[in-house]
Ligand binder design. Structure first.
Ligand SMILES: Cc1cc2nc3c(=O)[nH]c(=O)nc-3n(C[C@H](O)[C@H](O)[C@H](O)COP(=O)(O)OP(=O)(O)OC[C@H]3O[C@@H](n4cnc5c(N)ncnc54)[C@H](O)[C@@H]3O)c2cc1C
Length: 430
């Protein structure tokens, strides 16, 4: 049985409900593959629109990135709107800019509507090490304000300590439209919400085969697991970095990348408050960035780095502890209780891939490390497309997506070279 890694989230999610394994035949309007935010948010939006939805999860709800991530509701996309304008034109940039802040609202909306306890706290801080980074954040502020985010403010050196108590930064940008959550509690709460409105969830039900059939002149999809199958009119693939080669067309144009997180032991309350007085989540703006926040029970949760493989807990601690102590020297006296890794899905353009294969299969994947909000936006947009409202879906399907150069064998070395190059740029400040 595949289940959660030994993470802070798995230890504190208070999971009380398990869902059955699929056996025999079940019918649905839409079958969703993947119990992360993409699958769950699509399923909820469709079920709310009156479709009968069945969701299949290979392991447990939130087993993938959605139950392991930093919990930061980072706005916009992995490539920002100015980049989109430069490479894909003004119309695409305007359309995507108008959606850049919606994902966070979707999450807050679900939390409120379904009364999900996900330890939500509002506010986020982008931290700058250099004048150049600070200028870039000023441009980001102007850009995001153009698209309706009016909850932004620049912070100078003198005021950084009111947000985060470290000498590491020379300033930064506060985004009060951002926030942070306990990711696994959110995923579990979304699964419960789906079931509460009539959706069906199956765990330990890995999809191993997909077939298109014709029945009474209608196209149907047979989605098979080891012990059963779902017969549905439509299928949504939302397995992201954990889907392997189930659909080779999607595997070719994306690459799973590992990233790691550690969590300290519980800190004395006064210390926790003094380290991050604002209680915002923080990320720096290096290419290979560090991100962190205080948990609801006063642990420092700290992530960063990108690797192209697994990473055992001991080496994750060895790698991340020095990063943490650089920001907060006091952390050298506190031990790490949890260390785990997870995979996000990188695309060549670093933009999300939403689309359709044939007449019956929709998909959303590849948020390139920026997926807590975007996966929720994607779910809403897939549900719109399935129910006949195509315009926002077509903004995404209009984006070109390329395979990784050299195919599977070359994907890892090429992106390692990329990571090395970006690390060097951080060091040289260029
Ligand atoms: C360590 C880490 C930190 C991150 N931090 C942040 C952050 O702070 N902010 C941010 O915006 N983004 C962050 N991300 C990215 C973000 O978590 C992801 O983009 C997002 O959760 C993707 O959601 P998803 O539902 O598409 O995929 P996942 O959550 O990975 O879910 C996919 C699910 O599909 C299931 N599945 C796969 N194949 C099958 C199959 N054949 N049959 C049935 N089920 C299947 C998997 O078991 C899995 O549960 C982070 C990612 C990681 C790994």
């Amino acid at each position: 049985m595949t289940t959660y890694p030994d993470s802070y989230y798995a230890a504190t999610a208070n999971r009380t409900v398990t869902y059955p394994t699929l056996e025999g035949e079940v019918t649905a309007d839409v079958c969703v593959v993947g119990g992360g935010y993409s699958g769950l948010s699509t399923a909820i939006a469709l079920q709310e629109k009156g479709y009968k939805v069945v969701l299949l999860e290979a392991a447990n709800i939130g087993f993938g990135a959605s139950g392991r991530n930093g919990g930061q509701l980072v706005n916009s996309f992995s490539r920002d709107i100015d980049h989109i304008e430069k490479h894909y034109g003004l119309d695409t940039a305007n359309a995507m800019g108008n959606m850049a802040f919606e994902g966070a609202d979707c999450i807050r909306g679900l939390i409120k509507k379904y009364n999900i306890d996900a330890d939500y706290k509002h506010g986020g801080f982008f931290a700058a090490f250099t004048e150049k980074q600070l200028k870039e954040l000023e441009s980001k502020k102007a850009l995001w304000e153009r698209f309706g985010n009016k909850k932004l403010s620049m912070v100078g050196k003198a005021d950084v300590s009111k947000i985060v108590n470290t000498d590491a930064y020379i300033g930064g940008l506060v985004d009060e439209h951002c926030g942070h959550i306990h990711p696994l509690k959110l995923a579990l709460g979304e699964a419960a919400a789906l079931v509460s409105i009539g959706g069906e969830v199956f765990e330990q039900s890995k999809v191993i085969d997909i077939k298109n059939i014709s029945e009474d002149g209608n196209e149907k999809v047979i989605v098979s697991t080891e012990k059963g199958h779902v017969k549905a009119n439509l299928l949504v693939l939302a397995g992201n970095a954990y889907m392997g080669n189930l659909e080779p067309k999607l595997a070719r144009k994306s690459m799973p990348c590992g990233t790691q997180i550690v969590t300290t032991e519980v800190l004395p309350e006064a210390l926790a408050k003094s380290l991050i007085p604002s209680q915002y989540c923080v990320e720096d703006v290096n290419y290979k960035l560090d991100y962190y926040r205080m948990t609801a029970d006063n642990r420092l949760l700290f992530g960063g780095g990108v690797t192209y493989g697994g990473g055992d807990p001991a080496s994750i601690k060895r790698f991340l502890k020095p990063h943490m102590e650089k920001i907060f020297p006091a952390m050298k006296d506190y031990k790490i209780d949890y260390a785990w890794g997870g995979d996000f899905l990188l695309t060549v353009s670093r933009l999300p891939q939403l689309g359709k294969i044939g007449n019956s299969i929709y998909y959303a994947q590849g948020y390139s490390g920026h997926g807590v909000n975007t996966s929720h936006l994607a779910g809403k947009i897939l549900a719109e497309a399935i129910s006949g409202e195509q315009s926002r879906f077509e903004v995404f399907t209009g984006l070109p997506h390329y395979p990784f150069i050299g195919g599977r064998a070359m994907r890892v070395p090429m992106t390692m070279m990329g990571a090395w190059y970006y690390g060097l740029r951080d060091k040289l400040g260029i």
